[in-house]
Ligand binder design. Sequence first.
Ligand code: GLN
Length: 454
Amino acid sequence: EAFNAAVAASDPLNAFLVKTPERALEAADRIDAKRAKGEDLGSMGGVPIGMKDLFCTDGVETTAASAILGGFTPRYESTVSQNLWDAGATMLGKLNMDQFAMGSSNETSAFGNVISPWRKSDGGNAAMSPGGSSGGTAAAVSARLCPAATGTDTGGSIRQPAAFTGITGVKPTYGRCSRWGTIAFASSLDQAGPMARDVADCAIMLGAMAGFDPKDSTSLDMHVPDWEAALSDDLSGKRVGIPREYRMDGTDSQILDSWEQGKQWLKDAGAEIVDISLPHTKYALPAYYIIAPAEASSNLARYDGVRYGLRDLPDGAGLQDMYAATRAEGFGDEVKRRVMIGTYVLSAGFYDAYYTQAQKVRTLVARDFEQAWEKCDVILAPTCPTASFALGSLDDDPLTMYLNDVFAVPASLAGLPAMSVPCGLNGDGLPLGLQLVGKPFDEQGVLNAGLAIE
Ligand code: GLN
C-alpha cells in the first residue's frame, strides 16, 4: 500500500505509463496466504517492482512507449517477467522509456519525457534527464517509488540511466535472460537486467530473472549460480584492468577523478591494478550505430497496422497506403531515423560497405576483450563521459547524444556482463557511476568488484 501510494503520487516524474495497484495488492494477499501456511515465499517474495514497458505483460497494455503500439494488450507474459512473478515479486506498473528503447535521455517516448528526481545543487530547477532508454526505471528506483525494477540494455540502456540517477544496474552476459516476450530492438544485443538500490539487490533480482528458456534460440543453457550467496568484497588475487583507450577527449575531469578513486577502492579491497589496451574501442560506437539500426529496421517491419496496436486506414486506401500511414503516424522521429539508417545499410548496394564491415569491427572489438582477459579478471572504466544533462539540451544534437554510450557499447558488442555502480556526486551534486565489465558468464566477478566500490 505504501508503494502504491508513492506511485500514485509520482506523476510529476512521468515514470509510470500504467499503474497496477490492484494487481500489486492481490499479489501481496497471495504472499500473505503463503506466509500463513509457512510456504517458501521465493527469492523475491512480496517485493513490489516496476516493469520497463518493453516487457510484454499478460492483460496489461504494453507499448514500448510508442504510439504504434497504442492499445496493444498482450495475451502472453514475457519469460523474464514470468520468472519474477514465479519468484514472488509483484508488479506496481509499467515504466516509461525511450520509444522502442532507442535513446539515451528518455526524450523519445511518445508519452512524454521522464523527469529525473535529481537536480543540480546550484543550477536553478532545470529538469534533468534520468538517462535512457530505461529512464522510467531509473527515476522510479532512484525516487524510491519501488525497491527495484527491470531494465534492458542494448548499448548501455541499463548502465547509463543507473549512472545518471545514482542507482545500480546490471547487464548480464548476452543470453542469460530470455528475450522471449521482450519487444525486440536489436536482437543480437538486447539483454534484460535488474536496476536496484545496491549490488546485493541486483544479485537477488538477476538470479530470479535469468535462466535457460527454450523459447529463445540465443538463451544460455547454463546453470544460474546463487550470485547473492557468493557476494564478497575481498578482491585478493584479482587483477583489475584499466583500458587506456577509455581516456578520451571530452571526458569530464570529475569523471576521470572518480575513475582514479575507483581504482583506489579496488586496490584497498586487495585487487592488483593493471594497464590494458582495447585498441578497437573507438570503432565500437560507429559499428553499433550500424548494427543496432540494421536489426531494428528488420524487427520493426512487423508494425504494419495489421497485427498490433495502431491502424491508420485512410478512406479508400489500399494496403500499401495503410502501411505508410500507420508507420508515419505511429513511429517517433528517432525510430524513423533508425529504420531509415538500418534500411540503407542493409540495402543491396551498401550492405558490404556498411553492415558487413560493422560486423567485422564487432569481431575485432570482441577479440580485444579476449586478449585483455589474459591480463585481468575484470575491467574498470567510467560508465559515461558526462553526468546527467538538462532535458532538451541535446535536442538538435543526436551525435552528442549517441556519444553518451561510448563506454557502454563495447561490452554490448562483445556480449559481456557489465554493471554500473554509483561512486558519489560531482561538483553539481549529480550522481556519477563507475562501470565494471567481466569475462563471459562471470557476473560474480563483476558484482564482487561492484560491492567493493559501493
Ligand atoms: N542509447 C543507445 C541507443 O539509443 C542504447 C539504447 C539501449 O541500450 N536500448 O541505441
